[in-house]
Design a protein around this ligand. Structure first.
Ligand code: ADQ
Length: 458
């Protein structure tokens, strides 16, 4: 078996004894098994005199090859086209997109540079797995350089409906570039269907079972819902005494805890969620001082326009809710802009009675899955989940599914979750956990790699 080469915008460098959580762990396992390389940005901006050279470090059969970005490339490729155009439009917010031709050119230039760095390092039987929206055009540039290896692409975020995708001025060139891959994978059938639908209508490709037909070749289009390492999360959450410690730290006493954990992003629906919590207090004053809502929102992309505004609005809303509903010894809402170690987050999820995960749009949402895996099976909390998270596809029968644009509906679901009898909670959790095990992180990576390694169809 040839090596696996993973390419993503950022590379999670091996630090200390354990690789960082989530996705990085899954990719790390795949890379270690077959031997391989992880190529990408090291997260640093190159000084004016730096040569931007590739630096490599090899650990456990994996070579990490990273490089810095020039300030101009960071501005155009990362802050500009990736995060101020592709991110908002793919999350159905074209109103927030700020398109500039120079940013698009920078995006293509950096995609081409990734390909130029990769091509000379490839061996003939290597397979290449490219990740996410920053690198839609990388496969196209590899082909231009004569690379004949199998190259797959996985999109972690949603792919929008054709009419929304068409709001990006160079939409056609982007979709054409995506067609240069051998396999293009999405989180849900809806995303895969949206991409195929666009290509059929606007690139005039043919449709067939499992993919698209172009004059000279076929493109495999598939759905590969990403999962988590269930046992790892359960072990971290269930570490003796840790969730009791969390409850004590929060001063919960016999209050019930509603927990939400996100990156601070407008796609995550935090304002709508705050409004639903306030509505819960209005319609059911009974919950009054018996409930605490903790929202952790780790700041991200704070230098991209749009993120500062959402942060300001959230600060205001949190202050208003606590001002109106708080009491001397009780603040109903705790809103914290910090990142926490997974070893703290998982027991926190376990200590809570409700996991409130209500993005306006999300490729998958791993927090929803982590919440379920973190619960004690004999007394589990209830997951309240947005219908617009990719995770809702697999979890719709056993989670409480809500529409994040329906404030009252979310408040009623919170009320239902807080009052749900033990037997119903146990049954719903059992069913959710079974789904998590079927679609776990290993299944995601194995299915994608099996399709990528399968011989090309003509
Ligand atoms: P994200 O948008 O980052 O991922 P998500 O899937 O929820 O969203 O993953 C976030 C991860 O970060 C989780 O593992 C969570 O535990 C962790 N995290 C969140 N807040 C944190 C905090 N305050 N401190 C520490 N850790 C925190 C993108 C897509 C998703 C898709 C994933 C994976 O947007 O839709 O599910 O990739 O494909």
């Amino acid at each position: 078996m040839g090596r696996l080469i993973v390419i993503s915008n950022r590379v999670a460098l091996p630090s200390g004894a354990r690789a960082p959580g989530g996705l990085a762990v899954g990719l790390y396992d795949a890379l270690r098994d077959s031997g391989g390389m992880w190529l990408g940005w090291n997260g640093e901006i190159a000084g004016p005199d730096a040569d931007g050279a590739l630096s490599t470090v090899t650990r456990d059969n994996i070579t990490y090859a990273t490089f810095p970005l020039a300030q101009h490339d960071y501005d155009c490729y990362y802050r500009g086209f990736s995060n101020a155009v592709l991110w908002p439009v793919f999350h159905y917010r074209p109103d927030l997109a700020r398109y500039r031709r120079a940013d698009h050119e920078g995006y293509l230039r950096v995609n081409r540079e990734f390909a130029q760095r990769l091509a000379p390092m490839l061996r003939p039987d290597d397979v290449v797995w490219v990740h996410d929206y920053h690198l839609l055009a990388l496969g196209r540039y590899c082909r231009d350089l004569g690379v004949r290896n199998r190259i797959g692409f996985f999109l972690h975020i949603p792919f929008p409906a054709a009419e929304v995708f068409r709001t990006i001025p160079p939409h056609q060139a982007l979709a054409q570039a995506m067609c240069a891959y051998d396999v293009v994978g999405f989180q849900t059938d809806t995303d895969a269907e949206a991409f195929s639908d666009y290509c059929e209508k606007h690139l005039r490709t043919g449709r067939e079972a499992g993919g698209l037909r172009m004059p000279e070749r076929r493109l495999r289009v598939g759905t590969y819902p990403i999962g988590i390492d269930v046992d790892d999360v359960a072990a971290m959450a269930g570490k003796k005494g840790s969730s009791q410690e969390v409850a004590l730290k929060l001063g919960l006493a016999d209050r019930k805890l509603i927990i939400s954990i996100d990156r601070l992003d407008y796609s995550k629906g935090l304002l709508e969620r705050f409004a639903a919590f306030e509505q819960l207090l209005e319609i059911e004053p009974d919950h009054g001082s018996h409930v605490s809502f903790v929202q952790l929102a780790q700041s991200s992309r704070s230098d991209v326009q749009g993120y500062r505004e959402i942060r300001r609005e959230l600060d205001r809303a949190a202050g208003r809710i606590n001002g109106k509903w708080g009491e001397l010894g009780w603040a109903p809402l705790r809103y914290i802009n910090r990142s926490y170690a997974r070893a703290t987050l998982m027991p926190l999820m376990r200590a809570s009675q409700v996991g409130l995960v209500t993005p306006l749009r999300d490729g998958m949402n791993l927090v929803a899955k982590e919440y379920v895996a973190a619960q004690p099976p004999d007394d589990p909390g209830v997951l309240v989940l947005s219908q617009f998270a990719g995770a809702a596809r697999e979890m719709r029968d056993a989670a409480l599914i809500v529409n994040p644009y329906d404030t009252e509906g979310m408040a009623l679901a919170l009320d239902q979750a807080l009052r749900m009898p033990l037997a119903e909670r146990v049954e719903r959790h059992r069913s959710l956990l079974q789904g998590l095990r079927t679609h776990d992180l290993a299944a995601w990576k194995n299915r994608f790699l099996a399709d990528l390694r399968a011989p090309a169809k003509r």
